[in-house]
Design a protein around this ligand. Sequence first.
Ligand SMILES: [Zn+2]
Ligand SMILES: [Zn+2]
Ligand SMILES: [Zn+2]
Length: 475
Amino acid sequence: MSAIRHIPPPADVVPPADRRVVEGILARLQRPGGLDDFTTQVRAVRGCRRPVRLAGRVTASGPSGIPEVRFDTRRLSDGVLLKACGSRRETVCPPCASLYRGDAFALVAAGLRGGKGVPETIGDHPAVLLTLTAPSFGAVHRRRPDGTCHSTSTRCEHGRALVCGHRHPESDPALGQALCPDCYDYEGAVLFNAGVSELWRRTTIYAVRALGSLLGLSSRQASRQLRLSYVKVVEFQKRGSVHLHALVRADRWEDEHGAAPAGIDPDLLATALQMAARRVSAPVPGSTTGARHVWGTQIDTTFVADAENGRARAAAYLAKYATKGTDEFGLLDHRLPSGICRDVRLPEHLRMLVGTTWSLGEDESLAGIGLQRWSHTCGFRGHFLTKSRRWSTTFGELRSERQRWRLKQKGVTEEPATEGMVTTSEWSFEGSGYVTAGDACLARSVEEQLRVGRVLERESVPRLPSGAPVELGVL
Ligand SMILES: [Zn+2]
Ligand SMILES: [Zn+2]
Ligand SMILES: [Zn+2]
């Protein structure tokens, strides 16, 4: 037998995935514009993980009728313009979600402390952080304040003892799972999620009336003198039911950003919200028996004052929920074409809720609400963050403000519109995400540089020169 060991050629030493990355990076270095043009584009989309690739051009033609090309993606790296995906979900694109969370914070905080076009005197308006929960649809594994789950035993009709002596740690995947899946009211849970926005809408109407009655006003007088402005976020519980967290501010009708309404303090506002949340009900979607939804018994109201930066903390608390989705892995971030998620990481309980939503969607009495489009959110239809019209500013306005600021930083002034000038844009969608594993890897290193840059900026550490390589180990 030969003593010489077989040494495989170097190419085989590198695992195929790594080899694709290396090949992709080498290909990038050899392309026109090389690494510099590519990283410039990735920086422009703030390190977005799934940017949209657009090809096209912008032309302008004046009175002479001769078109003049103002912008053409053929002059850019790869002939495409990258546009950030703009996702709000942390599990889809962390850089875009981080930007969204910043905007959500600015939007929420402006309604509590002023700024972004809202006068600072808004800080005199009483404000309350309200948390509304879903009722119980059956026993689930949980962490009570004393750490226990279900210490006392009852036996269900399926012969199961509804008892659990564990003290579940916070990361325990068992949390939120039904003790007896046969007992759990999956349909009730889905329909609650489907009807929660209507229940909230009614709660806001009831709360104005309740506030009026505490002030000795009739319902009619209250609705013509007072307004409750709000911003609310939806939080998915591990059991797949939604909770609402809302900041509610008392305003004067049609003068929301003016002086604070007379005679209302946070205590009175909290009392009115509690009264409304305990009394309100809304029809269960599709019910033929007159069944109605109510909130769970756990209703929480916390005063939001500016002492110890309380208003900023309340805004940060709400913004934190704005980038979360239905499940922690992001398996339910997108619509499910067949109502099935095959990923084994999805807990059985959530899988049951998704399946129940899909099958309820086939029910004729629920045809009007299109439940199958919402199986990935277990029946919850709508946006995770919503606000009343006069809370503060809008996401659109925050984005335009940022765009104006960036142009100003670059020294670009908006061109005055020339009379008779017609601008035409033609765009085609070339795909989304990065084309090679090498590009994706390079984009992640740009993302990391930008992230570290932001941390340094926040901590007021002298900035590294732009584009300088960042050694994470040193920080
Ligand atoms: Zn993105
Ligand atoms: Zn348990
Ligand atoms: Zn049972």
